[in-house]
Design a protein around this ligand. Sequence first.
Ligand code: DGY
Length: 333
Amino acid sequence: MSGRPRVFVSRMLPGGDAPGSPVADLRARTDLDVWDADGPPLAESLRTRSAPCEGLLTMLTERVDALLLDAAPRVRVVANMAVGYDNIDIPACTARGVLVTNTPGVLTEATADMTWALLLAAARRLPEGERAVRDGEWGPWHPTWLLGHRVSGATLGIVGPGRIGRAVAQRAQGFGMTVLYAGHRAVADFPGSFTPLDDLLARAEYVSMHVPLTPETERMCDASFFARMRPDAIFVNTTRGGVVDQPALAAALRSGQIAGAGIDVMTPEPMPAGDPLLTAPHLVVAPHLGSATLETRAAMARLAVEGLLAGLEGRMPANAVNPEALTAKGRRA
Ligand code: DGY
């Protein structure tokens, strides 16, 4: 047993164990245990492997809750390799003096690019066209076949003007779009006009979701949300599936209440192939690929490791989600 902190990493990170990789750096400074299977650890394995540890490096697939924290009483730092941390019970961590870090910033551009990939694919009906070509259903050019929706010059509504919402809005400038955004308050220098949500939904030809999943935003995109959108509008979601009432989205697509949707996130993930949402018309889906570039995932892993080591070594990480945990009464030694 070494004097170094024991750490559990819930998946092999990009770069593997190669010299100079985030895992190798972690191994040099901690007593490291890496879950090296394709799938995530089940809750029971997560509890068992976390039990002797001071630090955890988790993915968005791991649920970090009171049950886990109580089974792992030595844990002082949880570094989540994601910007979203809805998989972590933050009040439960703070109450136990457990510091949580995330990976903001490094995945902003990749996620904004993915948002645009979905927006364009849904607008121009790309998957339908691709299927037609592959299935031999591509007939002679026809003036009314597979008509999509304009993007250049259209109106884009951003719901949630955070980092990723801003990066999506910046890209819209290249398309000469009018950008509206809705949120709690106006944001300085945001490239768009602060607009009440109702007004945004009534005007936008594209509505893109960029709010974190919280009790306030859970299923905020419900039947009434879709009913307030334009019938020629396209809905895009690259944040969390939980912000959408999925049966309501499927119904809105089936009834033609909205024109299409592009979604990268669903509930549950992975979504079973037979889920009724997947048979809704004009739906483009991707399997949670927002941050899935080589460069971005490497940067996320690096940032997660930095946050974990800083927290374990008693330094305040720049990416702390609950800095108050470091001074909490119940702080774990
Ligand atoms: C995040 O970081 O929250 C993303 O969803 C991962 O791609």
